[in-house]
Write a protein that binds this ligand. Structure first.
Ligand code: HMG
Ligand code: MG
Length: 298
């Protein structure tokens, strides 16, 4: 079984200019859940000045707490940058959060307005309070394969920062190719620095398909024991602080490939494609995923 973390409602929508109502966001998340998606990043408790689209995450989570259309097995999570964000997340009934850092200094400054060292101090405080409240913590590391401001990032540096984040006590680190520059050899070279059990249990891969290498990178990761991938329905989104970071790996393209290879995801591909068509209408534009355009081949 491959675990898919659907990041469309957060990583996807954060880049969209059309502001969706919280009711539409809730309906989007419910539809994903009903399509069998078990892990969904449903919002972010970040500054509304930095990311306006996430300003109503509290309402989204509060409404979902009483939803009849969310499957019991669905695990929701929220992005949290600091204690202020965590406090609102706790008030909103969130029971899983994700902290997010970077492998390059300039990206860290542009995205969360502090150095990598300072960010780890914040993460420590956030994790401490989260654990006190029995909230699970996942970690993200952006620019793990290249930075839009600094260019190449060395593998040894990325390995060191991943290990540092794991030592903080996150249950999993999502290794992000924020601007979609990774190629399979680079992915293999990074993953080979970790033990099989670390790759299986502690690492997830977060690819963007900006340059068409997303699925090739998934294949390289599967060969090296990775069991968890982040993706975004329709290929929605990107990061507002990384120019050109369009195109998260589309969930339907990932699921189509996994199922074709005999791997299970628990997701109903047909229902998922309907979700893409539904959100395309809400956003008034088409999305880059291939499978929702071409249809399923049976
Ligand atoms: P700052 O301006 O340095 O914060 O931002 P501050 O502590 O100096 O406070 C300034 C103001 O922000 C104050 O308000 C605070 O109350 C407010 P004011 O007095 O000016 O009215 N503030 C907050 N408001 C709401 N929620 C909070 C919060 N914290 C402070 N949690 C901060 C620092 C981290 C808040 C800011 O930089 C921020 O929100 N950054 C988030 C940017 C973001 O969400 N980026 C996208 C997500 S990362 C991503 O997409 C990559 C990923 O998908 C993986 C990949 O692909 O690589 C994860
Ligand atoms: Mg992303």
């Amino acid at each position: 079984m491959i675990s898919i973390v659907e990041v469309g409602p957060r990583d996807g929508l954060q880049n969209e200019k059309v502001f969706l109502s919280y009711q539409t966001k809730v309906a989007f998340i419910e539809k994903l859940s009903l399509a069998g998606v078990r892990r969904i990043e449903a919002g972010a408790f970040v500054s509304p000045k930095w990311v306006p689209q996430m300003a109503d995450s509290k309402k989204v989570f509060k409404t979902l707490q009483h939803s009849q259309k969310l499957r019991k097995k669905t695990q929701l999570s929220a992005l949290v940058p600091n204690l202020q964000g965590l406090e609102v997340a706790l008030e909103s009934g969130v029971n899983e959060i994700a902290i997010f850092g970077a492998c390059s200094e300039t990206f860290s400054q542009k995205n969360i307005n502090c150095s990598i060292k300072e960010s780890f101090k914040r993460f420590q405080e956030v994790i401490q309070l989260a654990k006190k409240n029995s909230v699970k913590v996942r970690g993200y590391l952006s620019t793990s394969f290249g930075c839009p401001y600094e260019g190449k990032v060395s593998l040894s540096r990325v390995e060191k920062i991943i290990r540092k984040m794991l030592e903080l006590g996150v249950y999993e680190v999502s290794v992000g190719d924020t601007i979609g520059v990774a190629t399979p050899k680079q992915v293999r070279n990074l993953l080979n620095r970790f033990e099989v059990s670390e790759r299986q249990k502690k690492l997830a891969m977060h690819f963007h398909d900006t340059r068409g290498t997303g699925l090739a990178n998934v294949l390289a990761s599967l060969d090296l024991d990775i069991k968890t991938f982040d993706s975004s329905v329709g290929g929605l989104g990107g990061c507002p602080y990384a120019k050109g970071a369009s195109g998260n790996l589309p969930t339907e393209d990932l699921v189509y490939m996994l199922h074709g290879m005999g791997l299970k995801s628990g997701i109903d591909l047909e229902k998922l494609i309907h979700v893409t068509h539904w959100i395309e209408k809400k956003l008034s534009h088409t999305l880059p995923a291939h499978v929702s355009k071409a249809g399923i081949f049976t």
